[in-house]
Design a binder for this molecule. Structure first.
Ligand code: NAP
Length: 481
């Protein structure tokens, strides 16, 4: 598949990186493995593209972006099928990613029409300032590098390009190497809709080869990255040399807390939604099940019963409940993490078996204690339910917060006041009461405490963050008063 770089077409002259279907290993296509020199070309062109894009009136930018969303939706079936094949996720999950992008475009275009500056009262005794008018405007940052993980590549691309482009920035998108194809097609749709080619570019290649060249380039005004905490920390250290602003959405090990008075039948459906969705490869999946001892047995039994009903297999078959993982390697890593946790004293009471090339039977681990890695800093990126029992609320809270991450959280109780007072003490970017932690909308400020990230993503916040507010001073326009 070819890409546009610096406004020109790149296809043949680079190393061809294969993109494989993780279900059967079939090579779907290849993409060019760019070099650091290509990245410099892209950034230089993006500066030009940004000027062209920002010069368009907001109404025109909004029209183009809405046309892009319509194009994307009109190709939902074809693009969803491509994403399903390159990623291994269920076809309906793949299609929904395009719906989310369209919703994000709508949300940010609406907001961009109301991105107000302020007019400031001039409160100073300095007579030299009397009669001046001061106001502010939000101006674009410039070129924004958007780095994306494999798990929701298209949806998360939307979370980045919608605010960046609506605010008049250019974007350089670095897709995950495992599944870059749907994003390349998405960028084609941007161009077809009218976004200048140099204002929206995709750069393919391994992060380890082109990543530093991109994030260290002085022409990059901001980096918005979703991915692992280790990668984020590396990018932050490289970007610090230019003081480039960074927004990070990183790893998590979110708690799903079941208090003694919770509706257990409700928790089961929510636990499945939170942990089995996308084969468990979700940043804000509930990854630690902290359950009051009086209901732990009922929860475990009902959970296993529900897991037994799930059909695991071919992600293109709409009757399946659980699709595949991104690769055999990723699946095997989860199997190894289960083994490691059992080695630390947990009991595997259900599942955990590898199936086919990239499938995993969701696993349930009991006897998990606060000292085990999985209860603290081991983020398992697959459908594994580690169950940790507690006796008192204080003990539950200590377990929840004994973690370097803090993305989302979930608390279940029939007593709303009790649940809210517990949630107030959780160190995480969001707390869902009586629902699973795998929760995100276009508007809500989504992001993490601690090592789960820096900044918030959502149309209630991010548009402003992708601009810089400039003060304008009109000297003495009101006369000398
Ligand atoms: P990853 O390995 O950190 O990769 C993320 C992106 O960074 C990829 O495009 C990768 O490129 C690129 N990259 C790698 N090394 C780089 C470098 N030195 N410089 C610049 N870019 C570099 O993450 P992943 O395995 O794809 O995703 C899983 C992780 O993402 C999990 O920890 C999950 O919790 C987290 N996540 C967080 C959120 C959130 O909103 N908080 C959402 C989704 C996922 P290559 O693919 O070419 O290596």
């Amino acid at each position: 598949m070819y890409i546009q770089l610096g406004g020109g077409r790149i296809d043949k002259e680079r190393e061809a990186l294969p993109v494989c279907n993780p279900v059967n290993g079939e090579v779907i296509d290849t993409v060019p493995g760019l070099t650091p020199a290509d990245i410099a070309t892209a950034v230089e062109a993006a500066a030009e593209g940004q000027r062209e894009w920002a010069a368009k009136p907001q109404t025109e930018r909004n029209r183009i972006l809405r046309r892009f969303a319509d194009l994307l939706l009109s190709r939902r079936a074809e693009l969803g099928e491509l994403l399903c094949r390159e990623n291994g996720k269920r076809i309906s999950e793949a299609e929904e990613e395009f719906d989310t992008v369209a919703a994000l475009i709508e949300s940010y275009c609406d907001k961009a029409g109301h991105l107000y500056g302020v007019s400031l009262p001039n409160v100073t005794d300095a007579t030299s300032c009397h009669g001046d008018v001061i106001f502010t405007r939000h101006e674009p940052l410039g070129v924004v590098a958007c780095l994306l993980p494999f798990n929701f590549p298209v949806e998360l691309c939307g979370h980045k390009i919608a605010p960046a482009l609506a605010a008049g920035n250019a974007v350089i998108i670095k897709p995950p190497s495992d599944c870059p194809l749907a994003i390349i097609k998405l960028v084609d749709c941007l161009h077809e809709a009218g976004v200048p080619a140099k204002a929206a570019q995709v750069v393919t290649g391994r992060g380890s080869v082109i990543g530093d060249a991109l994030v260290s380039h002085p022409g990059i005004a901001a980096i918005t990255m979703t991915g692992g905490t280790e990668t984020g920390a590396h990018i932050a250290s490289v970007a610090a040399k230019n003081l480039t602003r960074c927004f990070f959405e990183l790893g998590g090990n979110d708690a799903f807390v079941i208090l003694d008075d919770a509706d257990i039948d409700l928790t089961i459906g929510q636990a499945l939604e939170s942990r089995v969705n996308n084969a468990g490869q979700v940043c804000c999946a509930s990854k630690r099940y902290i359950v009051h001892e009086s209901v732990a047995e009922e929860f475990t039994d009902k959970l296993i019963l529900a897991l037994k009903q799930l059909k695991i297999g071919d992600p293109a078959d709409r009757s399946m409940n659980v699709g595949g993982m991104i690769s055999e390697k990723a699946r095997d890593e989860v199997v190894e993490q289960i083994r490691h946790t059992v080695g630390q004293g947990a009991t595997l009471v259900y599942g955990g078996e590898a199936q086919g090339k990239n499938f995993l039977v969701p696993a349930v681990l009991t006897g998990v204690t606060g000292e085990m890695d999985v209860a603290c800093d081991l983020e398992i990126f697959g459908a594994v339910f580690p169950i940790i029992r507690f006796k008192t609320l204080e003990e539950a809270l200590a377990l929840v917060n004994h973690c370097p991450y803090g993305l989302n959280s979930a608390v279940f109780s029939r007593d709303m006041a009790k649940a809210i007072s517990f949630a107030e003490q959780i160190q995480a970017g969001s707390a869902v009461i009586n629902g699973g932690g795998n929760y995100r909308t276009a508007t809500m400020p989504f992001g993490g405490f601690k090592k789960s990230g820096i900044g918030r993503e959502g149309s209630s916040r991010t548009l402003e963050e992708f601009t810089q507010e400039k003060s304008y001073v009109l000297k003495a326009v009101l006369g000398n008063r």
